[in-house]
Design a protein around this ligand. Structure first.
Ligand SMILES: O=C(O)CCC(=O)C(=O)O
Ligand SMILES: [Fe+2]
Length: 312
């Protein structure tokens, strides 16, 4: 029933009954129409006010920037945003320090086969240990691997046996992928790729729905990469599994003033963004399945440059 119909049913018989005069039915009818209209306007205003109030309370309004099913190619989908002032607190490197800030997603830089190989590498590495719950990480550069409630150094811990887990080809693939990601970031933000350097940490992450036992393994907190990791100027995430079929939950969320924007992971998808507070973000909790990703980040400061991971 529309508000108008409801108003007709309730208002009209009431007026008719009160006045009790068949001859005055015409004017009563007109009066009831006016009342109904007034009621309708009042109800509409009330509903609109309530809606505005409720949506102002709910900062969780979510927009999907890129869904899992989409294939963004050949160019990245780019969202420009104003840079935060964070970069003023650091030395500026012309040709690299963010002047254009934003976020972008591309599916054409890493193939699904390459993502699959990297996922197998992550699985093999993380099978050596892993955290007790939540997120586990494997940092190929430093060798840090989650083990129970702490970390071990895989290169020291497994010594010569590490060659059974990782091959030279694995590292070649990592280098090739890193180079292509660097090129697309430079192209998108108008940088000189030779003035950007890989920085640490660069790590594989495996996230599942089991409860984290330590703070390290709580991956869902909102954070700013430049604050958390210091040297980062551009962050990239390479997803190795698919939202919706390999796992659920686990969407990446940019947290803006009045809304959230999500990126749904897809194997081979690269999401990249400037690392300052213009891009505060978090990862939704994984509700089932296992989510694999690699964080590959770049700095403009040569002092924080690291070399590509290699067999030690
Ligand atoms: O895995 C992701 O989607 C995000 C990870 C992240 O925020 C980080 O490594 O800083
Ligand atoms: Fe992050």
């Amino acid at each position: 029933q529309t508000a108008e119909k409801r108003a007709m049913i309730h208002v009209h018989p009431f007026l008719y009954f009160c006045r009790g005069n068949a001859l005055r039915q015409g004017s009563a009818w007109r009066g009831s129409r006016a009342t109904a209209a007034l009621l309708l306007v009042t109800v509409s205003v009330f509903v609109a006010a309530l809606w505005l109030y409720v949506t102002s309370l709910d900062s969780d309004v979510t927009e999907t920037l890129v869904s899992q099913a989409e294939f963004v190619s050949p160019q990245p989908r780019v969202y420009n945003i104003q840079c935060s002032e964070d970069y003023n607190n650091y030395k500026r490197y012309p040709g690299c320090t963010p002047q254009k800030c934003g976020r972008a997603v591309i599916d054409a830089v890493v193939s699904r086969e390459e993502a699959q190989s990297l996922k197998r590498l992550a699985e093999r590495g993380l099978a050596l240990a892993g955290s007790e719950g939540g997120a586990s990480i494997l940092d190929l550069h430093s060798g840090a691997l989650s083990m129970g409630r702490q970390f071990v150094n895989i290169y020291r811990y497994f010594g010569d046996h590490i060659g059974d887990v990782f091959t030279e080809e694995d590292f070649q693939l990592y280098r090739a992928v890193r180079g292509r990601i660097q090129a697309v970031i430079a192209d998108t933000f108008g940088l000189d790729p030779k003035l950007m350097y890989l920085t640490k940490p660069t790590f594989f992450s495996r996230i599942n729905s089991t409860t984290a036992k330590t703070q390290h393994d709580e991956y869902w907190h909102p954070h700013i990469d430049k604050v958390t990791y210091g040297s980062f100027d551009y962050t990239s995430l390479l997803y190795l599994s698919d939202y919706g079929s390999d796992f659920s939950g686990g969407r990446f969320i940019f947290m803006d003033q009045d809304s959230n924007s999500t990126v749904e992971p897809r194997a081979g998808r690269v999401s990249f963004f400037s690392s300052g507070s213009e891009n505060i973000h978090r990862v939704e909790k994984v509700t089932w399945g296992t989510r694999y990703a690699i964080t590959v980040s770049f700095t403009c400061d040569p002092e924080y440059a690291i070399s590509d991971p290699a067999l030690h």
